[in-house]
Design a protein around this ligand. Structure first.
Ligand code: ATP
Length: 470
């Protein structure tokens, strides 16, 4: 593990002068069509969000990078996609129907509902701290006793509603890898240590969703179950903690904004031997250190539980030693939507830059890693004049084949540069009147704002040298 990555809870706090309010990110996302409320024309649905043209590119790029590092670049990890709707048996065996619940308290005065563990953390400093709580909304001391609230969404499959037709929207992607373990192991002929990875939607009826896409009732996860020989589990757990930290840093998150947090005894899930979280420091006052990803040593709990409930053999046959065993499981469980928010926060910068008259102006720039940027290239004809259009279109047709690109011809060139900075486009290619004579374009770099004159014939290789394969 590299030296600069934090490994403990005791690390210096990130620079307190760097604050980016959540409100600023939400406004930028709305103004630029990145992420905005679902069904807004009908007043919206609390805590569900739609991803617009840029948001869907950004989120898919985050997922693409996770898949690339987990599946594409490794020969011992394979991918899968499980159905979102699943039968009761799966969630009974996994323990979700019995245990996947949060403590809910209701205020007798204003009737608002809250997660009791979150209130203890906020008001008393720890989730399990003793003491009296007040309602965070009306400030009365009229909170009732906590009751257990199951977070699973239930629905019905088929035209007739019976007890047997109940199905559940998955609350995590992990169970797919346990339920399909035997089929995937057999068909891929993998031996421990090997992994199965999955990304996709999960659903939790969270009591208090909030902080934009940080906690929503419908979200996306990126999870990998790594099956190892018992006895090697602790070492593999540490390996994956280091690997996952490195992934965030490699994609541009500042290392000082990441930390590892060890779960205490009381916090450990029923299946876990050890769990650590990777936390990110959201530089907004109300967010601070918050979980991005959990890394659990799930032991052989899940395979054994599904074997017992299904009656199917979920052991691995170790041929050389002629023995069967249930592999232990190391699970890096990340949130794609949460990570997208962290990447947005970490990339957000306000700088000053001279305008066309040489006067310093504020410049908002999303310094996203190029692999994550929604558009890699913007093609901007200097003006809408018809004489420029055919050449500008020709340039766009050239670059769009290799990179997600945008063609934009409205507004002044200065405003278009500003817009591309705000959405993190690494390269703007301007076609001007000289282009018609010299067949060259101006390429502007998002971060340095340096401009290079590049012949159209050399544009593809110029960009290919600077844009990583993703
Ligand atoms: P939290 O403590 O924040 O509720 P968790 O520990 O229950 O999260 P896990 O079950 O470990 O979360 O899920 C793995 C990852 O999935 C989390 O680290 C997070 O990134 C993401 N995730 C979980 N719940 C949500 C949610 N409601 N909205 C968005 N992302 C979520």
């Amino acid at each position: 593990m590299s030296e600069h990555l934090p490994t403990t809870n005791e690390q210096p706090l990130p620079d307190p002068s760097v604050t980016v309010e959540l409100k600023t990110i939400v406004e930028l996302c709305k103004a630029r069509g990145i992420i905005f409320p679902t069904a807004e024309i009908y007043g919206g649905v609390r805590s569900t969000w739609d991803y617009g043209p840029l948001g869907v590119e950004l989120k898919e790029n985050v997922k693409r990078q996770w898949w690339r590092s987990m599946v594409q670049l490794r020969d011992e990890i394979v991918g899968m996609e499980q159905a979102i709707l699943g039968p009761t048996e799966v969630w009974q065996a996994s323990g979700h129907l019995a245990n996947f619940a949060d403590p809910l308290v209701e205020c007798a005065k204003c009737h608002q509902r809250f997660r009791e563990d979150h209130l203890r953390e906020e008001q008393l400093g720890a989730e399990d701290a003793e003491g009296d709580l007040i309602c965070p909304s009306c400030k009365a001391d009229t909170l009732g006793d906590p009751r257990s609230f199951n977070l699973m969404f239930k629905t019905n499959m088929g035209p007739v509603e019976t007890a047997g037709s109940t199905v559940w929207l998955r609350p995590e992607t992990a169970q797919g890898m346990f339920v399909d373990f035997a089929t995937i192991q057999r068909t891929t002929r993998r031996k421990p240590p090997f992994g199965i990875a999955q990304m996709g939607k999960s659903f939790r009826n969270e009591i208090t969703p909030g902080n934009f896409v940080f906690r929503t009732r419908e979200f996306e996860q990126m999870e990998m179950e790594y099956f190892v020989e018992p006895g090697t589990d602790e070492q593999w757990h540490q390996y994956w903690i280091d690997e996952r930290l490195r992934w965030y840093v490699d994609l541009g998150i500042r290392p000082e904004n990441l930390r590892i947090r060890e779960h205490g005894e009381a916090e450990l899930s029923h299946y876990a031997k050890r769990t650590v979280d990777i936390d990110y420091y959201f530089p907004d006052e109300s967010m601070g250190w918050s979980e991005l990803e959990g890394l659990a040593n799930r032991t052989d709990f899940d395979l054994k539980a599904h074997q017992e409930a299904s009656g199917q053999d979920l052991t691995y046959y170790d041929q050389p030693n002629d023995r069967r065993y249930h592999p232990y499981v190391i699970e890096p469980a990340a949130g794609a939507t949460r990570a997208t928010l962290a990447f947005l926060f970490d990339a957000y910068r306000v700088e000053s830059a001279p305008d066309a008259k040489g006067e310093l102006q504020e410049r908002v720039v999303l310094k996203l890693d190029k692999r994550l940027a929604p558009y890699k290239v913007a093609v901007l004809p200097l003006s809408k004049k018809e004489s420029l259009t055919p050449t500008a279109r020709e340039v766009f047709d050239l670059v769009k084949v290799r990179w997600m690109s945008e063609y934009d011809e409205t507004q002044s060139i200065g405003r278009r540069y500003r817009r591309q900075d705000e959405i993190g486009t690494p390269y703007c290619v301007t076609v001007d009147f000289d282009t018609l004579d010299d067949r060259a374009v101006t390429v502007r770099d998002r971060d340095t704002m340096q401009q290079d004159r590049v012949p159209i014939a050399a544009l593809e290789s110029y960009l290919a040298e600077r844009l990583p394969v993703c």
